[in-house]
Design a protein around this ligand. Structure first.
Ligand code: FAD
Ligand code: NAD
Length: 457
């Protein structure tokens, strides 16, 4: 793509950080022929996170929920340059971003200059500084996390099988604990119980009945964003499915073999072999660095943005989307990030027109040309604030059942059970990034239905 347009005006450089929900939604909807588009992300693919909890136990294959960034970039009108690198530091004053390659055999560091930057780096799992979590727990955010959890489950099961049933070490090896009763923790605990009851029970009937799945939640309820009736339904199902739900229980310490949790005034030790930690989000280092550079950025929950997704304190050159941001009323969900990406694509179309008009005025040596200024003001007025349309929330809760809290017009429609599970499946199929993903996910579900899950590593 040439550095200038046919009329001689310079093509502005737009750097997009990340290949997640926000950034990819922007990329897919952007007229990439209007900018020099550079995407920087350590992950050269988009990951469909809603089905990630299904992957460690093999309900869904990891390959089915990823879409290469190159394949997405090929389908947009202009050229897109991709760096497999992570952003280390954003300089809002000089409009540069320092990036570092993630490939150890091809190491480089670069300072990229930008006219506009969109930060879509997401968030990292939070541990609230609880000792032992980083060292001993697995998170559920990336493909590598899902692979690690699977390996830990399989190893623990095999080790336990080699011990006599009376050995207390066998009991510990068969204790799987999930901390955090948000949707990530709930969906994974549900998938794990399904795997044990529907598949492992066929191969190892005795041992599988000894497996204990525990879900620990600090608050009085799990799934706090759902209506109380749906939460009650999920909690009831967990009881029936033998998921040991420990509410009002706050984990305080983790060692290699034991979780210490506080419930009321009592401290309790829970021996475990696999611990999945899902207690929510914290800002990434690159976002924290940026916050420190701008005085107005005084929230520890994320980057502060205005209602047009512009980073506060960065004078219109930096935007931020998705989980790296904090804006009242906008939650860290795929739905929000996706809509923000779409919105920014339309904003960049208008910014291009404004930049072209400014260039024309500069060519005439008349920055105050009233005709041009009027046209610029008109376009600026068309950049209306971002408006989020909440469609509702869905969660899988196990035994082929799901819950749905759906927004229909101004009212909410709630449902739970097996029919809702079919709806959950069709909604996620429809949301898949590509036709290829859709086919692969549907085939995975069919495979599990007819043949069961794979029990090898
Ligand atoms: P992400 O999608 O996390 O993408 C961040 C991107 O930035 C990634 O490509 C990453 O590699 C890249 N990156 C990281 N660091 C850097 C760096 N330094 N420089 C450059 N790039 C970087 N939400 C829903 O609405 N519905 C669901 O059903 C749902 N299910 C979920 C299930 C799980 C297991 C998880 C973990 C989350 C789920 N979510 C769901 C939440 C949803 O995934 C997030 O809200 C969404 O991914 C946020 O999008 P994002 O673009 O901000 O960040
Ligand atoms: P979350 O923030 O929604 O839930 C974390 C839970 O962990 C909270 O209930 C919190 O009380 C609990 N917790 C925190 N510290 C604890 C401790 N020390 N001991 C015990 N419990 C503790 O986190 P999440 O589930 O990872 O979700 C992150 C975001 O992704 C949310 O916005 C969520 O809506 C979204 N998400 C949505 C879906 C879906 O819609 N199906 C699925 C997954 C994630």
């Amino acid at each position: 793509q040439s550095a200038t347009f046919v009329n001689g005006s310079p093509r502005k450089t737009l750097v997009i950080l990340g290949t997640g929900w926000g950034s990819i939604s922007l990329l897919k909807n952007l007229d990439t022929s209007l900018y020099n588009v550079i995407v920087v992300s350590p992950r050269n693919y988009f990951l469909f996170t809603p089905l990630l909890p299904s992957t460690p136990v093999g309900t869904i294959e990891l390959k089915s929920i990823v879409e290469p960034v190159r394949s997405i970039a090929r389908r947009v009108p202009g050229e897109v340059h991709y760096y497999e690198a992570e952003a280390l530091d954003i300089d809002p004053e000089n409009k540069t971003v320092k990036i570092k390659s993630v490939n150890k055999e091809h190491e480089y560091q670069l300072d990229l200059k930008f006219d506009y930057l969109v930060n879509g780096v997401g968030a990292q799992p939070t541990t609230f500084g609880i000792p032992g979590v980083f060292e001993n727990a697995s998170f559920l955010k990336e493909i590598s996390d899902a692979q690690e959890i699977r390996m830990k489950i399989m190893t623990s099961v095999e080790k336990a099988a080699s011990l006599p049933p009376t050995d207390p070490e066998r009991e510990r090896l068969l204790s799987f604990v999930v901390v955090g009763g948000g949707p990530t923790g709930v969906e994974f605990a549900a998938e794990l119980r399904d795997y044990v009851d529907q598949d492992l029970s066929k191969w190892m009937p005795g041992l599988s009945s000894e497996i204990k799945v525990t879900l620990v939640e600090a608050l009085p309820n799990i799934l706090n964003m759902f209506d109380k009736s749906l939460v009650d339904y999920a909690e009831q199902l967990f009881k029936q499915d033998r998921i040991d739900l420990r509410i009002k229980t706050m984990v305080k310490n983790v060692t290699k073999t034991t979780i210490t949790a506080k419930c009321g005034d009592e401290n309790e030790d829970i021996p475990y072999s696999v611990l999945v930690w899902a207690t929510g989000n914290a800002p990434r280092e690159v976002s924290k660095n940026l916050m420190q550079k701008l005085e107005v950025q005084d929230s520890r929950r994320g980057l502060l943005i205005d209602d047009k997704l512009q980073l506060l304190g960065a004078q219109g050159s930096i935007f931020a989307v998705g989980d790296c941001t904090f804006y009242p009323g906008l939650f860290p969900t795929a739905q929000v990030a996706h809509q923000e990406g779409e919105y920014l694509a339309s904003v960049f179309k208008k910014l291009y027109k404004i930049d072209q008009l400014k260039w024309q005025a500069a060519q005439k040596n008349d920055a105050d040309d009233s005709k041009i200024q009027n046209r610029i003001s008109k376009i600026q007025a068309q950049i209306v604030p971002f408006k989020y349309h909440h469609m509702g929330a869905l969660a899988y809760i196990g035994s082929d059942k799901a819950i749905a809290d759906l927004a229909v017009g101004d009212s909410m429609y709630r449902s739970a059970g097996s029919f809702t599970f079919l709806f959950w499946k069709s909604a996620y199929l429809a949301m898949c990034m590509s036709f290829r993903n859709r086919v692969l996910v549907a085939m995975d579900w069919a495979k599990v239905y007819f043949l069961g899950r794979d029990s090898s590593v």
